[in-house]
Design a protein around this ligand. Structure first.
Ligand code: ADP
Ligand code: MG
Length: 463
């Protein structure tokens, strides 16, 4: 694990000397042409990115934005040269990448610090990989530590630090190599709201002040507000395969005011594309964009939404006569619109709601579900959940098994062909929640085993 991290870091932060001349604003630093990335799966190649044409220019912050699983991390790893393209080209300063991008450094969501090294040593790591002599390393690290507001913490170990301070180390370690392009993979998403907001502000101030030589930032995020707050250009990725659905030039003065009408207007426009409300952007990969009989566990992941959450949303919409504007609803609830998206996807996938014009509209089935008593709502939910590939897969597999039990590992292995292990866990957690509530199957955490729920599916004992 630690070694893997180290290798990842080395690859991500390795740069060659000498440094190229400073690029003028607008110069293309990074470019992908028809970039495609596929992963090998059980039933053939699974396309993750398809036909991505993207340019990153000096002077700009670009935010690839998309839901979980849309291929953002894959795109970033391709840009950093950590994984090769399946087809198409990726160039840095007009040179096709053949390995780690010499001009980039990466900030990871999970900080990826080495626990046995101090802050100072963690920051020096990237320079060590470049063969920079010890005294210069120390000097550069002190500067980076200073720049990012970590002075006083040089000799602390990661476990002594708060999440915000840890991610500061992540930033310092990337900035110390003076990358031409700073790449960040959801760097604020593991932090609490206030800490994240504070760090975003500090980073943007630093960027505006030009105190470090980095010429472009690629910020991967699933958070619409974060993208509008920080980016000059937002590139919205659709899912399965990831394609560029839309590009937005932000063009707002910094620091940006979240309450300014132009800010809110842009959020709304991006939001529409993200939820597929903009007509031209309906894409395969959204639950309602795929015909029922064509849905598979690979092309139709379960949205990460609990039964409680989606029932709550259905009831709220029912209260508003079965129709409401989602942005308004999120606002009323004091939620970020991104928080509501998985619930909306879940309602659509279950056939409980549709997006119509600008509103979320309950279907007949959704209205019945929202108004039903507990038993009826379970029956309705159970029917709907059986229309989702993973719940169906678990249920039918269990029904075909003589004992009516199967280890979770069985489904894990099946899903591992299409999802990262973190996503597999999320998929199974959601399927467990849904299946339990629907009384289709039960799950025992101890032997990690699914078994058919006795609620009428197993044959009654003969006597
Ligand atoms: P994001 O960062 O937008 O959440 P990722 O780039 O991590 O998305 O993953 C995109 C999709 O690619 C995932 O849904 C998963 O199915 C697939 N994927 C990612 N990494 C692998 C891998 N190493 N092997 C197989 N499939 C993968
Ligand atoms: Mg990711």
């Amino acid at each position: 694990m630690a070694l893997k991290t180290l290798r990842k870091l080395r690859a991500a932060t390795t740069t060659t000397t000498p440094k190229p001349p400073r690029a003028a604003d607008g110069d293309v630093l990074l470019e992908t042409v028809s970039l495609t990335k596929t992963y090998a799966g059980a039933d053939g190649e699974l396309p993750v990115l398809a036909g991505i044409d993207l340019q990153i220019r000096a002077g700009e912050v670009v935010a690839p934005l998309g839901k979980s699983g849309s291929g953002k991390s894959t795109l970033l790893r391709c840009l950093a040269g950590l994984i090769p393209a399946s087809s198409g080209t990726i160039s840095y300063r007009d040179q096709p990448l053949t390995g780690a991008n010499p001009g980039s450094a990466m900030v990871f969501q999970t900080f990826a610090l080495l626990p046995w090294l101090t802050v100072q040593q963690n920051v020096e790591l990237g320079l060590e990989a470049q063969g920079v002599p010890a005294d210069r390393r120390a000097e550069a690290a002190v500067q980076a530590i200073d720049l990012i507001g970590l002075d006083g913490f040089e000799s602390a170990y990661p476990k002594e630090l708060s999440g915000g301070m840890r991610q500061r180390v992540g930033f310092a370690r990337a900035l110390v190599v003076e990358p031409d392009v700073l790449m960040m993979d959801e760097p604020f998403s593991a932090l609490d709201v206030l800490t994240a907001e504070n760090l975003r502000g500090e980073l943007m101030e630093l960027w505006e002040s030009g105190q470090f030589p980095t010429r472009a930032i690629v910020l991967v995020t699933h958070n619409i507000e974060e993208a509008v707050l920080m980016a000059d250009r937002i590139v919205v990725l659709g899912s399965r395969p990831g394609t560029i659905k839309a590009t937005f030039e932000v063009g707002l003065e910094r620091p940006r005011d979240r309450n300014a009408p132009a800010f809110e207007d842009l959020i709304d426009r991006v939001y529409r594309v993200m939820t597929g409300r903009a007509k031209e952007t309906r894409i395969p990969g959204r639950p309602d964009g795929i015909e029922l009989d064509k849905r598979t566990t690979a092309n139709t992941p379960l949205p990460v939404a609990s039964v409680d959450g989606l029932s709550g949303l259905a009831e709220m919409v029912a209260h508003r006569d079965g129709r409401c504007d989602l942005a308004d609803l999120a606002d009323d609830l004091g939620l970020e619109i991104d928080d509501v998206l998985p619930l909306v996807d879940a309602l659509e996938l279950l056939g409980f709601a549709k997006i119509s014009d600008d509103d979320l509209l309950l279907t007949e089935r959704g209205t019945a579900y929202a108004g039903a008593d507990v038993q009826d709502s379970k029956t309705i939910f159970s029917e709907a959940a059986l229309g989702t590939p993973l719940v169906k897969l678990i249920t039918t597999s269990l029904r075909q098994n003589a004992e009516g039990t199967l280890r979770a590992g069985f489904f894990r292995d099946l899903l591992a062909h299409h999802y990262t292990s973190e996503q597999v866990t999320q998929q199974l957690e959601t399927a467990t929640d849904w299946g339990r509530y629907a009384e289709l199957y039960a799950y025992d955490a101890d032997p990690q085993e699914y078994r058919l729920d006795n609620g009428g599916v197993t044959p009654a004992p003969q006597s």
